[in-house]
Design a protein around this ligand. Sequence first.
Ligand code: AMP
Ligand code: MG
Length: 352
Amino acid sequence: MKSMRTIIEKIDKNKINTYIIREAGRILREGGLVAFPTETVYGLGADALNEHAAQKIYAAKGRPSDNPLIIHITNMDDLAKITSFIPEAAKVIADKYWPGPLTMIFDKSGIVPYGTTGGLDTVAVRMPSHEIAREVIDAGGGYIAAPSANTSGRPSPTTALHVEEDMTGKIDMIIDGGSVDIGVESTILDMTVVPPMILRPGAITREMLTELIGEVSVDKTLITPDSKKTPKAPGMKYRHYAPKAELTIVEGEIKEVIAKINSLAAEKLEEGLKVGIIGTEETVGCYPAGDVKSIGTREDEATIAGSLYGILREFDNDGVDYIYSEAFATGGIGSAIMNRLLKAAGHHVIHI
Ligand code: AMP
Ligand code: MG
């Protein structure tokens, strides 16, 4: 692909520069690409109703064309225009969790091009809460397709620097709004089936949704990953979020996990290889050798979600050959953390 000039602009989310927003809006309306922060991860935006613009996203990311895009909106009137039916339960959920880190899937209306939905008759929609994202969406015409702003297969970007690593020379503009809040992608909930089904875990958990609308199912491929079934979200079948090093998760009683990771690390270090270790605030002091990083504290799992992708990128930059990680609890946001970590590890887990 021909290299282009990428404009990089900083915006303070508490004092939004309207000139930069207008410029981003102009680029999007003319069919260009703008990366911007959301509360989950950085998104790579294009006009979702312009098939040609949406196609540019696939080229910039190197994304397979059967992997559909999520359309980002800022209000419920716009939801009605891109869908052909909105179930009552979706209105209840939107009322409580939109704007926020939740994507819902609906039957699409005629104005949504198949180039945006990967040929599907359904459309994924999210209403983000991040102030900069909302301003960019409105300035760009109201319907912005925005997958994570990373090269396909790399960890999703949680800072503008991560976006720059992957997208400089490939897109028109990057808006730097600082670090994101959550750090893992939105929950995806399929509203075209009864009961609604979670296709990707995120910060809005199954427990939160069940409490609100009753029964919610979970795509079986998320629970038993080696089953022969294809995930319902086309993108979930790809080996996402992968660091360059081989990642192994060690699961079990924490003292034994630490001992196992130390012995695995010692073996590789002995061979002259570079080893990365993912521990927590509680355990980093227990690893005497290797490139040891704390992913956050078990007292507050949101800190772990927030650091996950950044740490995987740091290990890429450090050039480690092997990474060993502790496993994390799977309740609440923990399901999203373990889903991403397992994918990054290609489901390579040692149980002790
Ligand atoms: P990303 O934008 O990188 O967070 O990826 C979007 C995710 O949403 C991918 O896993 C897609 O497969 C999924 N997705 C988007 N649209 C649909 C849809 N209509 N049906 C099912 N999954 C979808
Ligand atoms: Mg992605």
